[in-house]
Design a protein around this ligand. Structure first.
Ligand code: PMV
Length: 339
């Protein structure tokens, strides 16, 4: 190769509609890919360094793939995203060592530019989207054939290495797009045939959410009060099972009500905050049929289901917080090469 000037891969983020936290204990979940993407562009450098720039976040740094170190002068929390990129690039670089002959670009460094459309650490799957897009862009750049299944599995491996724990939901949705029902014990990711646009609004607290810490706090509650917390997790499971039926039969009222119940259960698990609660009730007051935390909670985002009331809910939330509408995104990761 060596003729490539630029490779860009784009992967969608996700929202969890039902089942977060309970999914960690083998319960089902419903989630789908959304039209907020991460774009990763790789271009040649004249020296042998690897430089990464997270454009919207104002974070950048040099990565040493061999020693797995990051040199960055930024101290923003979003600097953590560099770890996912480092691991993903290292995996792909490792693969090139097995290829027959070394291509010119293997010896050269690269500039990696990352543009993330969704707020980070907010329950919208930004790290999975960046990881999947980095794997796809780097494999194309090095001319390595990676099937979608392999990208999803490597991306999940990266998330496990960086975070310590992660369900395969985010990385699967960033790879394949669409809507999924994750069955009990994460045995299977079943594609949900949703062919209508759910009227959904996301509102995002400025507080970043730490998934690992929140999963840990729920575990702690479960260990302290097993006879109380286990039934709550069982209830979330039943809510998710009912919600799948309501989604497929497009039963708006039932879907909204189930979201509200799921929110109450998440509150009981201790992952709600006053800001999230305020936004959840603000959305309902303006006509949302359902609203709840989406993702780990403790900050991050809420999701509101608003048939016929999208504008009202959006304007209300927008006036106080960062809010936007989202759409189901059917495409998975895509890659574009400019020669
Ligand atoms: O906030 P997020 O997108 O990291 O979602 C976390 C969802 C949990 O169920 C709390 C954890 C997980 O890995 O499924």
């Amino acid at each position: 190769m060596g003729d490539f000037i630029q490779v860009t891969a784009s992967a969608p983020g996700k929202v969890i509609l039902f089942g977060e936290h309970a999914v960690v204990y083998g319960k089902p979940a419903i989630a789908f890919a959304v039209n907020k993407l991460a774009h990763v562009t790789i271009t040649d450098r004249t020296d042998s360094k690897v430089h990464v720039e997270l454009t919207r976040l104002g974070v950048g740094g040099f990565l040493d793939l061999e020693n797995e170190t990051i040199e960055s002068h930024d101290n923003k929390p979003s600097k953590g995203m560099l770890k996912y990129i480092l691991k993903a690039l290292k995996i792909i670089k490792g693969r090139t060592e097995f290829s027959q002959s070394e291509t010119p670009s293997q010896k050269k460094g690269m500039d990696v530019t990352v543009d993330i459309e969704m707020p980070v650490a907010s329950g919208l799957g930004s790290s999975a989207a960046v990881t999947v897009a980095t794997l796809a862009a780097a494999s194309k750049y090095y001319e390595i054939d990676l099937e979608a299944e392999e990208i999803a599995s490597l991306a999940h491996q990266v998330e496990l290495e960086v975070q310590g724990a992660a369900s395969p939901i985010d990385t699967a949705l960033s790879t394949y797009g669409g809507a999924i029902y994750l069955t009990q014990n994460a045995q299977e990711l079943v594609k949900l045939p949703l062919d209508w646009d759910l009227p959904l609004v996301i509102a995002h607290t400025k507080r970043e959410s730490n998934t690992g810490e929140l999963v840990g706090s729920v575990r702690c509650k479960l260990e302290t009060y097993p006879s109380i917390i286990n039934p709550l997790l069982d209830s979330i499971e039943q809510v998710t099972i009912e919600a799948q039926r309501a989604l497929l039969s497009r039963d708006d009222n039932r879907l909204g009500e189930l979201m509200n119940i799921n929110h109450g259960l998440l509150d009981a698990l201790g992952v709600n905050t006053p800001e999230l609660s305020r936004m959840v009730y603000m959305a309902r007051q303006k006509g949302a049929l359902g609203s709840k935390i989406t993702g780990a909670g403790g900050g991050g985002s809420i999701i509101a289901y608003c048939p016929e009331k999208m504008d009202e809910v959006l304007h209300e939330l927008e006036s106080k917080e960062q809010a936007f509408t989202i759409k189901l995104y059917d495409k998975g990761v895509t890659c574009k090469v400019v020669e």
